[in-house]
Structure formats: structure tokens, C-alpha cells
Write a protein that binds this ligand. Structure first.
Ligand code: ATP
Ligand code: MG
Length: 688
């Protein structure tokens, strides 16, 4: 038989990997060396040449997007690949459990619980504990499941908390009794079943003759066990990975899975791929010198025959508005779809979204919702809508018991009946005296909060109103717990709401125009969904496996990147791997932006450039803009000078001095409040 065309473009190592079968195969290679391409080509090869039935091949990826792309790729290589199963680990687990629900003691239509559902369930097993306190345990249980540990196992590696084993057992018993599963179970239960039910194990070993895993460096212990359970006496196992790209260790990803692979799977053939096909020489050199700073690595060399290409660019900008404008201007010279804009935290998308919407630049956010569609943001918007209009029943329903204040459906219905379409806040006050217990306290707190917010809105800057709202409503604490459970970044989005309002001044009109602008932005969004050409906005984590002709890595500033997700210590090695993943997404052009200042909770903060920028070889970059603000030779303000500030009103400078190279002033405003500013950064301050 003539060998298929798709083998021709492969280099010798790739060809060897694609055509190898019969013993386990580990492909260890750096970014852009064709690992994913090897997997897809190997699928085609096994079907077309090696005589595998497509239905006997299982390929596992980590994201739905990656599995869709792999399926398309395989189909385009060969029609013979129809029927190959390409899924994420979780979706494979769910598939296995649905078909064998009776064996696993599950309802066939079982529900998959997310962290929120898990918390509700755990809470229902407890008489007196508060939901908030239980979130830690939900997180620990989920972590235990990443390590395939059940309630009866030794859990001290997860936590020494003496309560954990008991709560885990109660939780699992209740979940099992209901016949539902959580995410961890989608992997754990198949592992157990395959271990315990010989007949099932035999059936799976019959069915799957070849199993392949992409991005193997991000698999956890439970996923490793699943792979092990699936590998029968004559199952062909092939995994590909890059330990330098392991970026989910905080969720239990276990790099040992790569390091121990050869020991666990006897007779493993290890193939290294060293030629990078994706990036220019410059981009590869930058990425390689950055990752060389990590200690925990096997170390490998990558080379490319691609041209050196243009130098990377480091651009220092004033602030995040200028950063977004800068990106918008750059976009003009290529097709929109050539560029991806990367950031470390989700909340950073807002500045780009606002500028792009205003300028009619189509964009798509990969792996998360648009800023104003995110749960926590919609919560704040509902509070604001209700401050501005206490007839708004939709907003009221969303927030009256979020976070939980003991206001159940009965109380809610009484309030709605009382209001009869009229003012809901007055209706709450009217029924308060007739309530008792938890709902009385909860509703009184709710009413009091709104009265305070309404009063504050009369004179305080909008940003401060929103900050108070976020703190005093309990939304901050509520979402912070979510962040800890699910490693999300919801509190950063709350903070970004405060920052977004910082430009709007004070008073009820400020709120009205703030809400109006958001409404306009939201209506513009839908129109853009139609066009196929769009810029990609994406978090660094979500870029895994993807590539773009031009990559802009934004927010290269200390505290932001390397960052810590707010509640962990900064793990420099893991952050550097995230940086390595980000850098190696670029094919032709690499741009890094760093701002001299940025809003943090509505106040301008001075930023310093990320320490990672210093790890880039000087000869590979061009620098634009100044790292530091221009030094002011002398002070421009003196005590006694009159000023006007958009948000705080009229005031007088009481002190001015140089802090390092920058002028700093203290202003006392007529309202009695004092504030400190760097005048060169403060857009809203004028001399009068
Ligand atoms: P990552 O580590 O980022 O997941 P990877 O190792 O999976 O990268 P691929 O995405 O498979 O790399 O390949 C990177 C790019 O190089 C793709 O555009 C791919 O089509 C191309 N490529 C890979 N091998 C070859 C080859 N032999 N000839 C031409 N192009 C190739
Ligand atoms: Mg890949």
C-alpha cells in the first residue's frame, strides 16, 4: 500500500512516533514541536494503515475546544477516522458512567453537580454549620478526588483538618444515595468500577485498543489511574506532554505522571521532538531563555529552521486605558483574527472590551463569558439597578437572597404581594414587623443596606458606592469563597467594576449614565457575534495548545503577573511556565505591554514592570515608551494651590513633595475628606 500523503511532511522523529505501535509511547517535547499534530496524524495512521477499527481508538484532551479541533483535524486527514472517540477526560468518564449507571449505583439520568451544588448538598447534611464555613471542605473533597482518595483513605496529604474525613463521608453518602455525581466522581467512579467489575474491565479492554492523551502534563492522579485502568494487556497507550507547560498544579495536576510513565508502563518507547515549527527564531529564543530560569525541569532543546523574524517588543504604557487603546491601534495592520490578546486575570478583559466595543472592533472571549455576562458582575448590576429603581422586580429577585439572608420563597411572595408592582423597598419595610427569626434579621439588613446606599449615592463618588455595596452586601465574601473553591477570579471582576465606575464622578446621574453605558455596550455585543473575523481575548491559562500569528501579552507588571490568584503564595516556577505557554503561542510577532499605573479598587496604583521582563534577552527586544514616568525636576504644586477633582470636588493642596522621582500631593477637599494623588497620573484633577 502506498503510504498516505499526510506522512510526507513529518520529520523523522514525528514519523517514528506516528508509526510506532505495539509498546507504550511517551512523546516528550517542547511547545510547537508538533505533539498534537503527531496525535491526530497517528489516529489517521492507525485507522488507514495499521488496521485499527476507528471505534477502538480513544483520544483524550483537556478542553472541549481542543477535542473539537482534534476531531476536525483527524477528519480532514482521513475519512477513515470516522467513529474515533475524541473526548475530554470528564466527558469520557460521564459517557462511561451513563452506559453503566446501574453498575455504579447511579440513576441513568444522573445529574452532574458543580461546586455550588456540592456545597448545597454538604450543607444539607449539617444542622447548624454555616454554608460559608463549609466551602473549604467542598474544596478539600474535590482535591481529594483529584488524588483519587475516598473518605475512607488517609486524607492527611490533603489536609490535617480532623473534620474532613467525617464530612467527606457524609457528603459522599448523601450524594450516592441521591444517585448523582460531582466532577471528581466522573473520574473516580470509572476508576473504581473498572477495578472492581471484571466483566466491565474486560469489555473496555475489548473495545479500546488504542488510547492517546494530549497535554498529559496536566493530568492528575485520578486521571492517571483511569488511564491505567483502561490499559489492558494489548491496549496501545500513547501520551504526549511537556513538563514546562504544566500549569494546573494548583488543581492537582501531577507532573510525576510524566516522570514515572516509563516505570508504570513497561517497555515504553520515549521519543523527543526538538524541531519547533510554530514560531520565529526570535520568539523561540525568548521563550527558551525565560524557561531556563526554572529549576524543576527535565530540560530540553528546541530549534527551528523558521526565520529569525522581527524582534519582540516591550511597550511601557501609562495605564490600562492606554494599553487597550494601544492594542486597538495595532490591530489595524493585520486581519483581526491574526491577533490574540492575553492576560493573567479574567477581569483584565473589561478595558479591552470597552475600547473595542466603542471602536467597533469585533472580538471574542475564549473560555469565559464577556465581562458584563459574568455572574458576579450581573449581581452587582442588579444591586445598582435596584438602587436606581426600587420597582425593578427582576433585579430584586436576583439579589434579595443572594448571598443567602434567610429570605425564602414565602417571604419573597409576601413582599411581592404587598408591593403590587409598587416600590419593593417600602413593601419590605411594611412586612418587616410581621416577620420573625432569620428572615426578619436578613430582610432588615437588606433594607438598611439599600437605604444607606441610596443616601450615599446623593453625594459620594459612584466608585465608593459600588465598593460599599460589594463589601456590605456580602457579595465580596460570597464570591471570594467561590474563588477558593473553584480557583476562579470572581473577586477580581468585582474589583474591576469599582475601577470601571472610577471615571463617572458622583451623584445619582453618575449611576444613571454608568448603567446606560453598560446597556449600550451590551447591545453592541450581539451585533458583532455575527462576523467571522474577530480578535481573541483570552486568559493565559486558556491558550494551551493554541497558536496565533501575533500575540500580545498584557499586564506585564509585578503583583499582576507573576500573580497569585489572591489567596495563594506566588509560585514563581508555575507562573513562569504560564509565561512560557503564553510566549510560545506566537508564530510571528510577540508584543508585551506593561503599565506604569493601574486602578485597584477604584484608586490609581503605581505598578512596576514584571520581573519576568528582565529574563528576556536584551538583543531580542525593542523597547517602546518609558519604564518609569518622566522625572519631574521640580514640584508643580505648592500648599495653598486650589484644585478641582471630578469625583471629590473643590479642594486645596496641603502638602506636596517628591516621592522618589514623582510628585505626590495631599489635597483637603471641601467635603472634609483628604486624599493623596500623583498629579501626573490623575486625569481627574485640575488646577483652579
Ligand atoms: P503545544 O505544546 O503548544 O501544544 P504542539 O507540540 O502540540 O504544541 P502542534 O500544535 O502540533 O505543536 O504544532 C505546532 C505547529 O507546527 C502547527 O501549526 C503544526 O501544524 C505545525 N507543524 C508541526 N509539525 C510540522 C511539520 N512536520 N511540518 C510542518 N508543520 C508542522
Ligand atoms: Mg499541542
Amino acid at each position: 500500500m502506498r503510504s498516505p500523503d499526510y506522512l510526507e511532511s513529518l520529520n523523522p522523529q514525528q514519523l517514528e512516533a506516528v508509526t510506532h505501535y505495539g509498546t507504550p509511547l511517551l512523546i516528550l517535547a517542547g511547545a510547537g514541536s508538533g505533539k498534537t499534530r503527531v496525535i491526530t496524524t497517528r489516529i489517521a495512521y492507525l485507522c488507514d494503515v495499521a488496521g485499527f477499527d476507528p471505534r477502538s481508538i480513544l483520544a483524550v484532551t483537556f478542553t472541549n475546544k481542543a477535542s473539537r479541533e482534534m476531531a476536525e483535524r483527524a477528519a480532514s486527514l482521513s475519512p477513515g477516522t470516522r467513529g474515533v472517540m475524541i473526548r475530554t477526560f470528564h466527558s469520557f468518564g460521564a459517557w462511561l458512567l451513563r452506559r453503566n449507571a446501574h453498575l455504579a449505583g447511579l440513576k441513568s439520568g444522573f445529574t452532574i453537580y458543580d461546586d455550588d451544588d456540592s456545597l448545597t448538598l454538604l450543607h444539607s447534611t449539617q444542622d447548624s454549620r454555616k454554608k460559608q464555613d463549609l466551602k473549604r471542605y467542598v474544596r478539600m473533597i474535590s482535591r481529594a478526588k483529584d488524588y483519587a482518595l475516598g473518605p475512607e483513605d488517609d486524607l492527611t496529604t490533603i489536609s490535617s483538618d480532623p473534620e474532613l474525613p467525617r464530612l467527606y463521608r457524609l457528603y459522599q453518602e448523601r450524594l450516592d444515595r441521591m444517585g448523582n455525581v460531582d466532577f471528581g466522581d466522573l473520574i473516580m467512579k470509572p476508576v473504581r468500577l473498572l477495578g472492581e467489575v471484571e466483566e466491565l474491565r474486560r469489555r473496555f479492554h475489548q473495545r479500546f485498543k488504542a488510547v492517546m492523551v494530549d497535554e498529559y502534563q496536566d493530568s492528575n492522579v485520578a486521571q492517571f489511574k483511569l488511564l491505567k485502568a483502561l490499559s489492558g494487556p494489548d491496549t496501545d497507550i500513547c501520551v504526549v506532554g511537556d513538563e514546562d507547560q504544566s500549569i494546573y498544579r494548583f488543581r492537582g495536576a501531577e507532573v510525576q505522571n510524566i516522570l514515572n510513565f516509563s516505570r508504570e508502563f513497561k517497555g515504553t518507547r520515549v521519543i523527543r521532538l526538538e524541531e519547533n515549527y510554530r514560531s520565529t527564531g526570535t520568539i523561540l529564543a525568548v521563550a527558551s531563555s525565560v524557561i531556563a530560569n526554572n529549576q524543576e525541569r527535565l530540560g530540553k532543546t528546541l530549534w527551528t529552521r523558521n526565520p529569525e523574524g522581527v524582534r519582540a517588543r516591550i511597550v511601557y504604557l501609562r495605564d490600562h486605558d492606554e494599553e487597550a487603546e494601544y492594542c486597538a491601534r495595532l490591530l489595524g495592520d493585520r486581519r483581526y483574527s491574526d491577533t490574540a490578546i492575553l492576560y493573567r486575570t479574567n477581569a483584565q478583559s473589561l478595558a479591552f472590551e470597552s475600547v473595542f466595543l466603542r471602536r467597533g472592533i469585533p472580538y471574542r472571549i475564549v473560555g469565559s463569558l464577556r465581562f458584563y455576562e459574568r455572574e458576579e458582575v450581573k449581581d452587582v448590576l442588579a444591586f445598582l439597578a435596584f438602587i436606581s429603581n426600587s420597582l425593578d422586580e427582576v433585579a430584586f429577585r436576583r439579589i434579595v437572597n443572594k448571598p443567602a439572608r434567610g429570605i425564602g420563597n414565602t417571604t419573597l411572595q409576601r413582599i411581592l404581594d404587598q408591593a403590587e408592582g409598587d416600590d419593593l423597598l417600602s413593601a419590605c419595610e411594611a412586612i418587616l414587623p410581621s416577620l420573625g427569626g432569620r428572615s426578619a434579621a436578613g430582610l432588615a439588613g437588606f433594607v438598611d443596606l439599600f437605604r444607606r446606599l441610596q443616601q450615599m449615592l446623593e453625594s459620594a463618588p459612584l466608585a465608593e458606592v459600588i465598593e460599599l455595596l460589594i463589601r456590605d452586601s456580602g457579595l465580596y465574601e460570597y464570591h471570594q469563597k467561590q474563588d477558593e473553591v473553584a480557583a476562579t477570579q470572581k473577586t477580581s471582576n468585582l474589583e474591576e467594576m469599582v475601577n470601571a465606575a472610577a471615571d463617572y464622578g458622583r451623584g445619582p446621574e453618575a449611576l444613571v449614565s454608568f448603567l446606560e453605558d453598560i446597556e449600550l455596550d451590551r447591545s453592541r455585543m450581539t451585533a458583532e457575534e455575527e462576523s467571522g473575523e474577530y480578535v481573541t481575548l483570552i486568559t493565559m491559562h486558556n491558550t494551551k495548545g493554541l497558536e496565533f500569528p501575533r500575540v500580545i501579552i498584557t499586564g506585564m507588571e509585578e503583583e499582576l503577573f507573576p500573580g497569585n490568584n489572591g489567596f495563594r503564595e506566588v509560585d514563581y516556577e508555575e507562573e513562569r511556565r504560564i509565561f512560557y505557554v503564553s510566549l510560545t503561542r506566537a508564530r510571528e510577532e510577540l508584543i508585551l505591554t506593561s503599565c506604569r499605573s493601574r486602578f485597584i479598587w477604584g484608586r490609581r496604583n503605581l505598578q512596576s514592570p514584571s520581573c519576568f521582563l528582565r529574563e528576556i534577552p536584551q538583543e531580542r527586544v525593542e523597547v517602546e515608551g518609558d519604564e518609569k514616568p518622566a522625572a519631574s525636576a521640580a514640584l508643580t504644586y505648592s500648599p495653598g494651590d486650589g484644585v478641582y477633582h471630578d469625583a471629590y470636588g473643590t479642594g486645596v493642596v496641603v502638602k506636596s513633595w517628591l516621592n522618589g522621582e514623582r510628585e505626590l500631593i495631599i489635597v483637603r477637599f471641601e467635603t472634609g475628606r483628604s486624599a493623596t494623588f500623583y498629579p501626573e497620573f490623575e486625569n481627574h484633577l485640575e488646577r483652579v
